[in-house]
Design a protein around this ligand. Structure first.
Ligand code: LR7
Ligand code: MN
Length: 560
């Protein structure tokens, strides 16, 4: 009796185990659909209740054949190895896809620990006619040097390269997807396409000729996980375009620019450098180089992705950087994350509208939308930008209003105070008549008074300055400085014979602020009247122009 019961229990147990296995097998069996069949490249989708889970099926038949991929495109004897990619292709091809590189981080980086539950990221790499060996090394380095759990997928966006197979064949590598543009879009729209297709909550952008270094990803994901408004970049090491040596970049650099919107690496300000006692700490940066960064996907979307009216290459890094800072986020470079990049001296691809025009269009859009009155310095530094077409910016201005972003002045004061404003470099002079100088009384009137002070010692509250370049315009403004703030004089009202003055913060570009020299006199452009001291030494006013009158005759007196 006991034996029968024991047998029955054993049979029931076996049946239960078999049943469970059968159930699980049924549940996991792919439900092939026509679209899944079409997806090809070893990728099918399985549908379980309401979820769609991408499943990578690697069959030996479709395994990625690296040799065949690389030998499909090779230099022929006698070919110039620099011609197609502006780097030494022969050397890149020779290296293989899995070479070791030096860990260039500060030694203290290796002992930093990260959260165990860091979220995974979608890697987005856009490319146009990238060399196969550099593109493959970028992908392989990501797969080799990242914790697999952090790589959700690698999305390649093939920006209409000549050979669709450059991208397509790579989908045989696990996690790699390929989206191909039906026409050349440029890197900006391509990245937006990649970002829209991404399934992870964190986006990681890479150029197509990079090699990521040890533990490159964790520091960046950690920072973004802690605060989703941070946009973070690694230190970008240099891969030699001649011999492909991997060279450590300085850890004391941040991104900067000049008024022509030309990106440059610059030393971090000396006070910040002195205060840095931990070389693993993030470095705040006014702008990012643009190609290699990590950003929360919702934050990327919330901030308006990119300006998709920018074409091909250039300017998008300024637009994104201004937008991130001015609309509530921050940008930083993480010294414990290192990624190598092949820096080139020329673009190896064509610009359908021409390189210069495209850069002008893109940077003009960035300046017009984000730089407020400071855009005049951009135009002063890049006169050829004036009058060039840049399309409508209405939707980007609406975005800026909707996000309630700070002004460019705020950005300059809080993020990039080191950027010198051209106006501050002009030579100031006093405006003199006889032995007296023009000065302000409060902010509402002007008078002649004794010429006081000199150079840096001059009394700020009374300074009378005239500069031929005020507010970025030549000889058109009377410019005064009150308590270290800049004003220009505006003719604001008039009675029967005279007008009076108000001082408005610079830079402003209102027509009523403009003046021009008329002989020794100064003529207010809008009214046509001239600055006049009146013989009775009352307030200085504007009157009908009689440049020969002593009361309308002004001369600059340089401040010594
Ligand atoms: O039409 C194009 N379509 C593309 O997909 C043109 C280019 N691209 C791809 C290209 O294949 C590459 O993967 O876009 C990527 C960037 O183009 P590069 O490598 O010619 O640009 P770059 O390295 O000279 O330029 C830097 O500035 C650019 C401004 O638009 C971008 O932001 C690049 O991503 C950026 N690169 C980096 O930040 C890496 C560090 C270099 C620096 C400084
Ligand atoms: Mn690049």
């Amino acid at each position: 009796m006991r034996r029968i019961r024991a047998n029955a229990i054993a049979i029931l147990t076996v049946a239960w185990i078999l049943g469970t296995f059968y159930y699980l097998w049924q549940d996991n069996k792919p439900h092939a659909s026509p679209s899944a069949a079409k997806a090809g490249a070893g990728r099918v989708e399985i549908h379980r209740e309401d979820r769609t889970i991408p499943l990578i099926v690697s069959s030996p038949r479709r395994r990625f054949d690296e040799k065949a991929y690389l030998s499909g495109k090779q230099l022929k004897p006698g070919d110039d190895p620099y011609r197609d990619h502006a780097f030494n292709l022969q050397e890149s091809d020779r290296l293989g896809s899995e070479r070791a590189i030096r860990d260039t981080r500060h030694y203290r980086c290796a002992s930093i620990s990260f959260d165990h539950d860091l979220p995974p990221t979608s890697i987005i790499i856009t490319f146009h006619n990238e060399a196969r060996s550099t593109l493959l090394r970028t992908i392989k380095s990501v797969l080799m040097r990242s914790p697999p759990s952090l790589i959700q997928e690698i999305i390649l966006v093939d920006d209409f390269s000549s050979d669709p197979e450059d991208c397509q064949l790579l989908t045989q590598i696990p996690k790699v997807r390929c989206l191909r543009n039906g026409r050349r879009e440029g890197l900006i729209r391509s990245r937006v396409r990649g970002a829209n297709a991404a399934s992870a909550s964190i986006l990681t952008f890479l150029d197509s000729h990079c090699e990521v270094n040890a533990d490159w990803l964790q520091p960046m994901i950690q920072r973004v996980k802690e605060d989703h408004t941070r946009v973070v970049s690694p230190i970008i090491d240099v891969i030699s375009l001649d011999n492909f040596a991997y060279l450590a970049a300085s850890a004391d650099l941040r991104g900067g620019f000049d008024w022509s919107l030309h990106f440059k690496w610059e030393q971090i300000p000396i006070e910040q450098k002195m205060a840095r006692n931990d070389p693993t700490q993030p470095i705040r940066t006014p702008v990012i180089a643009g190609g290699i960064f990590v950003m929360d996907k919702n934050w990327f979307n919330h901030l308006g992705q990119y300006d998709t009216h920018m074409d091909i290459w250039g300017g998008e890094n300024f637009e994104l950087s201004f937008r991130v800072w001015m609309c509530g986020g921050s940008l930083e470079i993480l010294p414990c994350s290192r990624v190598g990049h092949v820096f080139r001296k020329r673009h190896p691809y064509d610009f359908p509208e021409g390189n210069a025009l495209t850069y002008i269009k893109n940077t003009r859009r960035a300046a017009e939308v984000w730089m407020d009155e400071y855009k005049q310095y951009y135009y002063a530094a890049r006169p050829s930008a004036q009058g060039k077409a840049f399309g409508s910016i209405a939707d980007r201005l609406a975005l800026r209003r909707k996000l309630n972003c700070n002004s460019f002045r705020w950005y300059l004061e809080n993020v990039y105070p080191e950027l010198r404003i051209p106006e501050q470099e002009t030579v100031y002079t006093l405006l003199r008549q006889g032995g007296l100088c023009l000065e302000t009384h409060g902010t509402e009137s002007l008078a002649l008074a004794e010429c006081k002070g000199s150079g840096l010692n001059r009394p700020q509250s009374q300074v009378r300055v005239f500069t031929p370049l005020c507010c970025g315009q030549k000889a058109h403004y009377i410019h005064i400085t009150l308590q270290a703030r800049h004003f220009s004089i505006l003719v604001s009202g008039f009675s029967s014979c005279c007008m009076w003055f108000m001082c408005f913060p610079c830079p402003l570009t209102m027509a009523v602020q403009k003046w021009k020299p008329k002989g020794p006199a100064l003529q207010h452009i809008v009214s046509g009247l001239c600055l006049d001291s009146q013989p009775s030494s009352g307030p200085v006013v504007v009157m009908q122009c009689h440049p020969q009158l002593a009361s309308q005759s002004w001369e600059p007196q340089p401040i010594t």
